[in-house]
Design a binder for this molecule. Structure first.
Ligand code: GAP
Length: 516
């Protein structure tokens, strides 16, 4: 764990050094939990957006995308339930004066027990070797069984207390489990209070005319209020989806862990409208499809797991997270929610407008049910960066920092490097750059020795480095070096486009996704 916290620190400083992420308004000493994406960070972020947009909108003919305003009519948030119910239960430690989310303290306690179970299973695996039966071990080993029961009983109490808004019950659970403050080490806790997460501001400059509006805490509501506009103008038939990428804002009390939890962040959300009664089928469909989208990046299948929600949000009848093994452990990356017809029905009621679909096959109108997929763009960024960041020991004893970013997402797809800065090599290199730069983001670099330039490209995750040397002038060939294997091959300049396409084009990554 300690080692992983160090890894997060290394990622933060690497991100700053190479222009991926800077602390916001740093010249004024920054603003807590707020970050700016730099020149390479915004490229990587745009590429993650494109991967999502293409996978959702471009390759599904029944999904279309929109871009709704951040400000919405204030009644939207009354109808959606956010004014009354978008709360976090907070608790303070009286000694350290630190504030925590009570549910997160409990989740972290559960995670510690889970880690104990995994350690015990690991011991068993080592002891029994090939004959080890994972399921049987988990069902019979006394320590594992005891800890599994412990988790079930905590989850049960937590669920009951949170669902009943029994804040005293949540506090009692924290006390009974003897959870201590990570800073002061004491169990001196305040009462638990609910805190609404929405930011509000005033619209209009004339006194008296001003009315309170909110910065949207999720992009989804921009989709719900446009359901009928899109359905009618796009002649969409159920089942169909509406996708959107955009900023969301939450007044998180405990915002930390770099870009994992911020007050201003970006979401990539898709609402899939289905026939009532078919929502569970589509919920399972989207769970699988979204897990496939993540795993298709090739960061490692073992880095993902599903986690069913203990407490369902006010709008959901089923919900789970896709969790990712960040440097701080497994945490939520994406939420998949079966939101029933809650939102559309609420908007019908509050607006007085019908939000229904006439289903020609059933010859009836209904309010569709909704299955939602919602992934945090910044968390995706952190997931990609934390798997990609590697400190490698090389055979000759030296070390290199390399970002093994999936090639299609890399800020630059290739670097063009003239071996030396004379003899016509820079001119030839510029010619090759021109050939490729209309299709791909290409970097040109002629400064320093070639070895140092390769290291620089490794450090920013450029999958291919193309070196122009004297032979290039004779036979129009270059060397092309692979970031991950560091192997070089000599190829004709005419082959470069195909080489880059095979490695890093959108087609290369999307092709794998649509294969069964
Ligand atoms: N529309 C449903 C919704 O907003 P959510 O689980 O609250 O559901 C969806 O949020 C995703 O948004 C999360 O899985 C996470 O990736 C991202 N997210 C939520 N709060 C965040 C925050 N404070 N900072 C960064 N990302 C956040």
């Amino acid at each position: 764990m300690e080692q992983n916290q160090d890894k997060l620190k290394d990622i933060i400083s690497h991100s700053k050094e190479y222009g991926f992420i800077f602390p916001s308004s740093e010249i004024y000493d920054g603003l807590a939990a707020t970050y700016d994406y730099g020149q390479l960070g915004s490229e990587l972020k745009n590429n993650i957006k494109t991967y999502w947009w293409k996978a959702m909108v471009q390759i599904h003919e029944n999904i279309v995308g929109i871009d709704a305003a951040i400000f919405m009519h204030p009644t939207t948030w009354k109808a959606s339930g956010h004014v009354d119910a978008f709360n976090d239960p907070l608790i303070d430690n009286k000694d350290s004066k630190k504030r925590y989310r009570a549910d997160v303290l409990l989740e972290e306690h559960i995670e510690k027990i889970r880690q104990k179970i995994e350690k015990e299973v690991e011991k068993g695996r080592n002891r029994f070797g090939d004959s080890f039966d994972d399921a049987q071990f988990r069902a019979t080993n006394p320590n594992v069984v005891r800890n599994t029961d412990k988790i079930s009983s905590i989850e049960e109490r937590m669920k009951n207390a949170l669902e009943a808004n029994d804040l005293e019950g949540v506090r009692n659970l924290i006390i009974d489990l003897e959870i201590v403050c990570p800073i002061s080490g004491s169990k001196n806790w305040t009462e638990v209070r609910q805190f609404n997460l929405m930011f509000s501001t005033e619209l209009g400059s004339v006194a008296g005319d001003a009315s309170t509006i909110y910065l949207r805490p999720e992009t989804a509501q921009g989709i719900f209020v446009n359901f009928l506009n899109v359905q009618k103008s796009g002649r969409m038939k159920i089942p169909f989806g509406i996708a959107q990428i955009g900023k969301a804002f939450r007044n998180e009390i405990v915002a930390r862990q770099f870009i994992f939890r911020m007050r201003e962040f970006e979401q990539m959300e898709m609402q899939f409208f289905v026939r009532p009664g078919e929502e569970m089928k589509w919920y399972e469909y989207w769970k699988e499809a979204r897990a496939k989208w993540h795993k298709n990046l090739g960061l490692g299948d073992q880095l993902y797991r599903f986690h069913d929600h203990i407490k369902l949000a006010h709008y959901a009848n089923a919900a789970c997270d896709i969790e990712y093994n960040f440097p701080m452990g497994f945490k939520e990356l994406e939420g998949i929610h079966s939101r029933t017809d809650f939102d559309l029905k609420q908007h019908e009621q509050f607006s007085g407008k019908k939000l229904q679909f006439f289903d020609p096959e059933l010859n009836q109108s209904y309010v569709p049910y909704v299955v939602e997929t919602s992934v945090g763009l910044d968390r995706m960024f952190l997931a990609v960066l934390s798997a990609a960041f590697q400190n490698e020991k090389l055979e000759d004893g030296s070390e290199r920092i390399v970002l093994k970013i999936p090639a299609a997402l890399a800020p630059y797809k290739a670097a063009i490097l003239p071996l030396i800065k004379k003899d016509g090599l820079p001119e030839k290199a510029r010619e090759i750059q021109k050939l490729l730069q209309l299709d791909y983001n290409i970097q040109y670099d002629e400064k320093d020795a070639i070895g140092r330039r390769y290291r620089r490209q490794d450090a920013i995750g450029t999958p291919l480095s193309i070196t122009v040397d004297h032979q290039t002038l004779e036979d129009n060939t270059v060397t092309i070096r692979d970031r991950d294997t560091m192997l070089q091959e000599r190829v004709s300049v005419n082959e470069l486009e195909t080489k880059i396409a095979n490695k890093a084009s959108w087609k290369s990554i999307l092709n794998d996704l649509i294969k069964n």
